[in-house]
Write a new protein. Structure first.
Length: 127
């Protein structure tokens, strides 16, 4: 199974579409087979789900995402695990055990809207 984790440095990014990179991991029978970090190709409505689908991703792990992205991932048959926080390393270890459970999206509706080159963070309420 190929999983894409929205990544910001060593941590899961709050908003998948705005993350600087994705950590792609291949897990087979609880073992990490491969890990690759790829740059986010750029936020454009509908582009990233197709991009990850073409990379063979069957599951995405992130803090949150907007409704349109969720709909596209669901249409492509890609599993979503949202509401995830913490280090990418810890999340990979949890994925290997098969017990990673999502929660509600960290993103509030519209918090990523208007994101582009000129905007470098979502309008999330920070804890």
């Amino acid at each position: 199974m190929r999983i894409a984790i929205s990544t910001d440095g060593k941590y899961v990014s709050e908003h998948f579409g705005r993350c600087p990179s994705f950590t792609l991991v291949d897990i087979d029978n609880g073992k990490l087979i491969n890990r690759t970090i790829i740059d986010n190709p750029g936020h454009s409505p509908g582009y990233i789900p197709e991009f990850l689908h073409e990379k063979g991703v069957s599951c995405i792990v992130c803090g949150g995402m907007g409704l349109r992205a969720k709909e596209i991932f669901e249409h492509l048959g890609i599993q979503l695990i949202m509401g995830i926080e913490g280090s990418v390393e810890d999340i990979i270890n949890t994925i290997k055990t098969g017990v990673l459970e999502g929660k509600d999206s960290i993103c509030t509706p519209g918090s990523g809207r208007g994101y582009g080159v000129e905007k470098d963070e979502c309008d999330h309420p920070h804890k």
